[in-house]
Design a protein around this ligand. Structure first.
Ligand code: DGL
Length: 273
């Protein structure tokens, strides 16, 4: 489909807040010519403490807002929404392909340590559904998985407090909760947690490998575009639009840390779902 104008349509990416920007960044690095539109549902963050029915409703509304922007593919850059609502989103968004982050995260974990002991740090909702345990068991029946809910890490990441004594103490407390598991890998099963990577690595044992789903998700996106013949073939760099449902200034301040560049509130468009 060389030169097809449809291929210029953006890829839509959403999360409850700024966390999914870790996935957006990986997609941008892997596919720099793609146009991207990101939605952070900051008005309703966190998703991880909500009921499955609320999470599915929020995710469906976020996806519909991105569909209005004419997206050619949707990335659910939120483990919680991927765990709870991926099937529902695939149904409502069809024929637009929908890529979640749990399965790519499980793929990355198994690649990092086959037959390993994995500790998943995630939100309450993701842990309650055992989403990573199921996805890893499908790929590696010999693996051992333990899942630990770490909801306060979402607040730390949104606050921009990814290092220092407070972050270290909270990470240490959560790792103590999972005591006795002695993991080979720690899976960052929430897209907010890569911002705390250095802190988690400093608190964990030296041999532990930290795994996140960002780059494997970018691989899945690339393969989905190739399979559909919808990769953007222009040589010009892709555009990026940032949408949020509340707090443009805060979104810009913390989002800049996730993207590794400074953003101002005027870079963020406020939208209602
Ligand atoms: N970043 C989200 C995830 O990957 C959820 C954080 C939240 O809203 O609780 O699960």
């Amino acid at each position: 489909m060389t030169g097809d104008p449809y291929n210029n349509q953006p890829i839509g990416v959403f999360d409850s807040g700024v966390g999914g920007l870790t996935v957006l960044k990986a997609i941008r690095d892997a596919l720099p010519n793609e146009n991207l539109v990101y939605l952070g549902d900051t008005a309703r963050l966190p998703y991880g403490t909500k009921s499955p029915a609320s999470i599915e409703r929020y995710a469906t509304q976020a996806a519909a807002k991105l569909q209005e922007q004419g997206i050619k593919l949707l990335v659910v850059a939120c483990n919680t929404a991927s765990a709870v609502a991926l099937d529902a989103l695939r149904e409502t968004m069809a024929p637009i392909p929908v890529v979640g982050v749990v399965e790519p995260g499980a793929t990355a974990a198994v690649a990092a340590h086959a037959g390993g002991r994995h500790l998943v740090l995630a939100t309450e909702a993701t842990v309650r559904l055992g989403a990573y345990s199921k996805a890893i068991a499908e790929r590696d029946p010999d693996a051992e998985v333990r899942e630990q809910a770490c909801e306060m890490l979402v607040a730390l990441a949104e606050e921009g407090w990814s290092g220092g004594n407070i972050a270290r103490a909270i990470v240490r407390r959560y790792l103590e909760e999972a005591n006795g598991h002695d993991p080979d890998t720690i899976i960052l099963g929430c897209t907010h947690f890569p911002l705390l990577k250095d802190t988690i690595q400093a608190v964990a044992d030296d041999h532990v490998i930290l795994v996140d789903s960002a780059s494997t998700t970018a691989d899945v996106v690339r393969a989905a575009l190739a399979a559909q013949g919808t990769s953007r073939d222009s040589g010009s760099p892709g555009s990026l639009r940032l949408l949020a449902t509340d707090g443009a200034t805060r979104f810009a301040r913390v989002g800049g840390q996730f993207l590794g560049r400074s953003l101002s509130y005027s870079d963020v468009e406020l939208v209602d779902l």
